[in-house]
Write a protein that binds this ligand. Structure first.
Ligand SMILES: [Zn+2]
Length: 177
């Protein structure tokens, strides 16, 4: 995602969002997948709403496997069921110490229902300094290309993660008579 089109969000707000994703990750119920080998497959997601609220979710696995739900969809379900449907950013993190946990295909489609194409989606490593009260220096400087930043965060947009997405507007397209 190009930095030019990225909306400016206060670094302190972003730090809060990133820390929330970590907090929700630590609440994950993930005894079955072990996708990180050394740890459980814990994932946390946090949504920043247009009114500045943060709503998070974790993955919730199930002994029957398919009823499990990802962190991103847990967060969306929580927000929408509270009447909140407009967001300005999303953060996702997991137990993996690199910024490589991207939303799965199902979650991308669910996020697409509510997120405009330019909305940033931040993928954080487990090593993001979420115990710190203050945002890291690179975040204060918004220096996303710095070495410190690229170790702990990758940024995409809704559009880059799900190009040519099927969305609500497709239902309004004219049909054959
Ligand atoms: Zn998912």
């Amino acid at each position: 995602m190009s930095t030019e089109s990225r909306p400016q969000i206060d670094p302190k707000v972003l730090h809060k969002l990133f820390c929330a994703a970590s907090t929700y990750r630590d609440r994950a119920y993930a005894p079955y997948s072990h996708f990180n080998d050394s740890n459980m497959s814990s994932v946390g997601a946090a949504l920043l709403t247009t009114t500045g609220e943060i709503i998070g979710g974790c993955n919730i696995e199930n002994a029957a496997y398919s009823p499990g739900i990802c962190a991103e969809r847990t967060a969306i379900a929580k927000a929408v069921s509270e009447g909140i449907k407009t967001f300005t950013a999303v953060a996702v993190t997991s137990s993996i110490p690199s910024p490589s946990t991207t939303p799965c295909g199902v979650c991308r489609q669910v996020l697409r229902e509510f997120l405009p194409p330019h909305i940033p989606i931040y993928m954080l490593s487990s090593t993001y300094p979420s115990s710190s009260e203050m945002p890291p220096d690179w975040l204060v400087r918004q220096d996303w290309k710095s070495e410190e930043a690229t170790k702990v965060v990758d940024v995409e947009s809704m559009e880059s993660l799900l190009p040519k997405a099927f969305g609500p507007s497709h239902l309004d397209l004219p049909r054959d008579p």
